[in-house]
Design a protein around this ligand. Structure first.
Ligand SMILES: [Zn+2]
Length: 421
């Protein structure tokens, strides 16, 4: 979709269409096309409108860019999906719908595999961002089924930071009924009804996708392309992570947390997480939450508690790339417990299961990653998983700490010493 104007970024470039704004000398649209071509996706249709002739001149028939490009130029604006009606016969059964004005580098095959494995009418890529409060968020349920769409600014005190990144795979036979040749908004007119029918899946990815809606974001994107962060985040490359414990590391320790209002960020934590977000490492929470097995809270309530933590971080522009919790506990025989969760699992720290799950999901090289926490169990979990480094937050290293474990007073002092410029 290469039709949009670039009004808010007019101070950077006002005389060219937004998809042709140069990022480190290369138009952003050429970067998107290059990302697809490198991965073997070579049939591309560009939907143009405003200043479409310039885009056609810049990309030609695609041969210079290693692909075949067709064009559909809108004579009147058809919204973000209306053109699909006119393109219908030339579309593949399942096709990617991308924005031409965001810098991205994603593993397209990985997302395609997810799409076919889940069999939805649509797959939407969601990722955490630094401004969830003015983004549209997707509530995601069991097995990554999209359950509800929250509009921009529809603020809640607790939400999972899963923002629609503007990268979709659509199954054409299932969207046909929404198209009639007139203007269509993809989110409102197609994806929202499909979410309500429980036909959309959310593909979670920390890969780099950023629009350049403001001069500030434009400058950030340019810096990230220069530093190599954009390409390094592609999940076909090995990732590095900082694994973070929750209670006592991110939020003030208050014993078992059973409701969202018990979550209070430790001072400096948002700043610390932001330093990780700006680095080339993922920020991934790894937490034992036996409160579920004990019957003190449900999975839904645990999600709300974690959502409160994400909302508080999001208010400060910080985010976690993902959250992994162990809901189990080994000891049976207490009132109100959930017997099906009472067993000796492989994911309760100090066992390495949660880190191994995260590594599988995001292609993480554990031997170049770090585990941080305020308990001996955190350090042992990091060691058992094979982390390069384990970091203890507190006054002194506990007895039994793995060899080489480091100690800092707080998460902020750890990041200032390891992620400062
Ligand atoms: Zn477990």
């Amino acid at each position: 979709m290469a039709g949009g104007k670039g009004t808010r970024i007019a101070s950077v470039a006002s005389d060219i269409p937004k998809p042709l704004i140069p990022v480190e000398g290369v138009p952003v649209l050429h970067r998107v096309i290059d990302c697809a071509v490198r991965q073997g996706f070579t049939d591309i249709t560009l939907v143009t409108g405003h200043l479409g002739a310039m885009i056609e001149e810049s990309c030609g028939d695609g041969s210079r860019l290693g692909c075949r490009i067709k064009y559909f130029r809108e004579t009147e604006p058809l919204g973000t999906a209306g053109a699909l009606y006119h393109l219908y016969d030339s579309l593949s059964d399942d096709f990617y719908l991308l924005n031409a004005d965001a810098v991205m580098d994603i593993d397209l095959s990985r997302m395609r595999d997810f799409h076919f494995a889940h069999g939805g009418a649509a797959t939407v890529l969601v990722h955490p961002n630094s401004h969830p409060f003015d983004s549209s968020l997707l509530a995601v349920g069991k097995d990554f089924l999209a359950e509800k769409w929250y509009k921009k600014g529809e603020l809640r005190s607790s939400y999972r930071n899963r923002v629609n990144a503007g990268v979709h795979i659509l199954r054409k036979a299932e969207i046909k009924r929404f198209l009639d040749g007139s203007k269509r908004d993809l989110d409102r007119d197609i994806l929202t009804p499909l979410v309500n029918e429980r036909r959309v899946y959310a593909y979670e990815s920390p890969e780099y996708i950023k629009d350049m809606g403001t001069p500030g974001r434009y400058a950030e994107v340019c810096a990230d392309v220069r530093s190599g962060k954009v390409s390094a985040r592609n999940l076909s490359s090995k990732q590095r992570a900082v694994f973070l414990d929750r209670d006592g590391t991110l939020n003030v320790y208050k014993g078992f947390v059973t409701s969202p209002d018990m979550i209070e960020l430790i001072p400096g934590v948002a700043e610390a997480v932001k330093m990780i977000n700006r680095s080339d490492m993922l920020a991934i929470m790894i937490s034992n939450q036996p409160v579920v097995a004990r019957g003190d809270c449900t999975f839904e309530q645990l999600d709300e508690i974690n959502g409160r933590l994400e909302a508080l971080l999001g208010d400060e522009g910080a985010y976690l790339d993902d959250i992994f919790c162990c809901p189990h506990h080994p000891d049976k025989g207490f009132d109100g417990e959930r017997p099906e969760l009472k067993f000796d699992c492989g994911c309760r720290k100090p066992k390495p299961g949660l880190i191994l799950q995260a590594a599988e999901k995001y292609n993480i090289d554990i031997s170049r990653s770090v585990m941080v926490g305020d308990r001996l169990n955190d350090l042992l979990c990091g060691k058992n998983a094979g982390c390069r480094k384990t970091v203890f937050l507190g006054n002194e290293l506990p007895d039994g700490a793995p060899e080489g474990a480091e100690r800092y007073d707080s998460l902020l002092s750890f990041t200032q010493n390891n992620f400062g410029n």
